[in-house]
Each structure stands twice: as C-alpha cells, then as structure tokens.
Design a protein around this ligand. Structure first.
Ligand code: SF4
Length: 209
C-alpha cells in the first residue's frame, strides 16, 4: 500500500479506537489483518459457541478452519442444511463474530442486512460480539455511513447473486425485487449498556468493501 495511505489509515484507525472506547466499546487497534486475527482468537474462550455474520473482512482473515476445530462449537452458516435455523441458533451464541458496514468517528456501528440476522445479533442475544473493521469503513458520521451503505450494497448483491436491478447497473434504485438485499439497517449508538459485550477490532488496513 502507498505509505501515505497507510499512515492515514493508521491515524484514522487509532482515532476510531479512542472514540469507540469512550462510548463503552472494548476497542482494539490492529496494524494488519494478521494482527487482528490474533487479537480475535485471544478474545474467544475455548468451548464457546460461535455465530458468524457474513463478511468479506472475516473471509480475508481466514478464520473458518480454526473455528471448525473441536475447540469451538460453530454455528456454521457456510456449511449447513438449514441456513435460517443456523442463524437463529447464532442469536444465542456465546460469541458472535461479524464485520460491519461502517464505523463512525462518533462511535457508532452502522449495518445493512438482508435477513436481519446480523443486525439483530449485534444488538442483542450473543453474550459477546466481536466486530472487525478495516480503515476504509471509517466515516465521519451516520449520514456518511448511510451513503456508504447505499454505495456498497450493489457489490454485495453481485457477490451473492441476488438478481436485483443493481446487479446489472451497479447503483441502487431502491428496488422492490423479491430477493431485495437491503431490508434492515441497524445502528448501534453506544456500548455502555453491557460492558465488555461489544468489542471492535479496528484494522489500519483496507478490508472488505
Ligand atoms: S435496494 Fe435493491 S437496488 Fe438498492 S442496493 Fe439494495 S438490492 Fe440493490
């Protein structure tokens, strides 16, 4: 990466960690995705049941193989017969691991979801939530986050082949397609309610989209 971009990412990520910590999140800085992976596993007690939110950031961290070992009880959304039931079980997991679509420099998490399983789990249910976010997803405020959501949604539609109009055009037309992806927006404003529940690893690297 361009060293100036890297320098900017590091400072932005550190700034986000500071703001998130002030809002009650357990916020952790990681210089790289490899370091984020180490910190993530340090946060998960062996024997935990694990739920996952779909995430390109997590995919880039290559965590699935480890989570599938007998050290953990993974609700495996990527290898299951009934995705709906696995997502329901994940709502009561010990640890829910997820990416996020945006983190604001006011300490908010902003997510858009198809089924709502990820937005719901971040808000309530799992005893502990660990969110990993790259520096490219840090935005000034909720208004910018909502713009970001609209910008990136077509890429998710394309990735998952939902067949909505944006899969052809590349931009959001606020469709009414049967397989529309953008059905729920979850905004977490503050993490003081349950200390230690919401953990955010902010990576000074671009991850996901
Ligand atoms: S609302 Fe429809 S058109 Fe817009 S991004 Fe979502 S799926 Fe695509």
């Amino acid at each position: 990466m361009n060293p100036l971009r890297q320098w900017k990412n590091e400072l932005t990520a550190q700034r986000a960690v500071k703001v998130l910590a002030e809002k009650g999140y357990n916020a952790v800085y990681a210089k790289s995705l490899a370091e984020a992976r180490e910190k993530l596993f340090e946060m998960i007690p062996e024997g935990s049941s694990i739920g996952l939110g779909g995430s390109e950031t997590l995919a880039a961290m290559n965590i699935l193989e480890e989570l599938r070992t007998d050290k953990y009880r993974l609700f495996d959304r990527y290898n299951c017969k009934n995705h709906f039931e696995v997502c329901r079980d994940s709502l009561m997991s010990d640890v829910f691991i997820s990416g996020t679509n945006a983190v604001t420099l006011n300490g908010e998490l902003v997510n858009i979801d198809c089924s709502g399983s990820r937005t719901a789990a971040i808000m309530y249910g799992p005893r502990k939530v660990i969110v990993v976010v790259g520096a490219n997803k840090i935005v000034p405020d909720i208004a910018h986050a909502l713009e970001r959501l609209k910008e990136i949604a077509p890429m998710n539609v394309k990735r998952l082949h939902h067949g909505c109009p944006c899969e052809t055009t590349g931009f959001c037309a606020d469709c009414n397609a049967p397989n529309r992806m953008c059905n729920h927006i979850g905004i977490t404003l503050n993490a003081q309610k349950f200390p230690g529940r919401l953990n955010v690893i902010v990576v000074a690297e671009e991850a996901g989209f």
